[in-house]
Design a protein around this ligand. Sequence first.
Ligand code: HEC
Ligand code: HEC
Ligand code: HEC
Ligand code: HEC
Ligand code: HEC
Length: 295
Amino acid sequence: MSIKNLFSLLLAICVFWLVMAGQAYSAGYNTDSESTGTLPHGGYTTTGNKCKSCHAVHLSEANYRLLRPGTTNAATACEYCHGQTGIVPNKRVWIDANGHGLDAEQTGEIVVPDDTTYTAYGNAEWGCVNCHSPHASNLVVLSEEPLASSQLLRKFPNPNKPTGGAFYDATAGTLTLTQWCSNCHEANYGLHTDAKTTPQGVRYGHDSSRSGYELEGGWVKVAPDDGINKGPTCQQCHTADSAPAGISKGFPHAGGTSWKMLKASSPDGTPTPIEAGKMDKLCASEPCHDTTDLP
Ligand code: HEC
Ligand code: HEC
Ligand code: HEC
Ligand code: HEC
Ligand code: HEC
């Protein structure tokens, strides 16, 4: 055997050993760099190897859908990659009790608040996957408000309204995020004169609109009876601006110190988180309702 051939053989043995060591280390899953090197969401082909970035076929370290270690339910399904110390540092996200997460007391059924249908999830089923599809299937691109990509958002996140609702239908391309929210919280969208039949009876809500409010002299234009909905988008009130630092998106995941993700308002110039039972601050802060102008 020539020196050159001997060298090639040694090199081949080294490569084989490294590959085997890598596989032993990663058990049933792809390695971390394989899992973040290619986008694991969608684009599955017969020559790819993406399933194992999230699932182990055998020897899974989690019992929930054979996912990554630490996964116990739908809320923790994405934590390995997107959690506070997840391996995808530029897209770290979590849901907390003032946002779409549950607090420790919430057990049993989780009922969607302010819906026109009764929609409930089992405690372990509520989480990231109800709004996002990890496999990038049945997505919607909300053209306005302004989401350039799908963000893996499910086209019809509410299983009880598989073709939409009164304010959100299948006409993709012209839908906004505020309309998408109404697939689950339908009673909160539309003019204050739009009647919504809820499980609690007929109800009306604050004019939330797809376009958001218009300003006049620094304050919102209020013309309740013109029949045109120029109310705020969901996010203009639920800004989630008190969400903890270090995550890439507070809205609509985490409210941090502000109740129900409400806008930390600043009547005196200092932004302060909203507490339950102290709502006037939200309504009467710039640019919303100028109290000197109220009839
Ligand atoms: C980005 C991570 C990720 C990748 C990659 C991935 N999955 Fe999943 N998969 C999930 C999550 C999260 C769930 C749990 C969804 C839920 O609870 O609704 C899931 C659930 C499933 C389920 C159970 C569905 C059900 O209704 O219970 C199957 C089957 C599945 N995946 C197959 C695959 C296959 C096949 C591939 C590769 C082509 C793949 N997955 C790639 C994250 C992933
Ligand atoms: C194996 C690692 C892994 C897991 C598990 C995983 N993701 Fe991701 N995800 C990624 C990577 C990598 C990207 C691309 C990051 C980038 O663009 O830099 C990404 C991007 C995203 C994006 C942004 C898409 C866009 O259009 O910009 C969303 C939303 C997302 N993931 C949601 C989820 C959700 C929800 C889950 C759980 C159901 C999940 N991911 C589980 C690795 C993962
Ligand atoms: C109530 C629905 C909902 C739930 C539940 C939810 N998300 Fe999201 N997520 C969204 C929406 C809407 C956006 C787009 C927000 C925007 O761009 O303004 C988003 C954006 C994202 C992004 C992209 C962030 C970026 O900076 O580009 C990631 C990653 C993500 N979500 C992961 C998760 C994970 C992980 C969970 C569970 C811990 C989760 N989401 C739960 C609705 C949801
Ligand atoms: C898949 C259905 C679904 C979608 C879509 C959805 N939500 Fe929710 N939302 C829920 C559920 C379920 C809860 C109750 C969670 C809980 O008890 O913490 C909730 C709770 C809330 C709360 C109250 C949080 C709290 O602390 O009690 C606000 C505010 C909210 N959603 C706003 C939004 C906005 C804004 C959007 C659109 C970006 C949206 N939701 C999209 C299901 C949904
Ligand atoms: C004008 C500001 C404003 C707008 C716009 C707004 N909200 Fe709210 N929202 C609030 C306030 C204030 C509360 C707390 C209600 C209370 O005092 O009980 C709230 C509470 C909620 C809750 C929790 C209800 C509960 O029973 O826990 C949900 C869900 C919600 N909003 C969703 C939405 C969605 C979805 C949109 C857009 C379609 C929206 N909101 C638009 C101000 C607003």
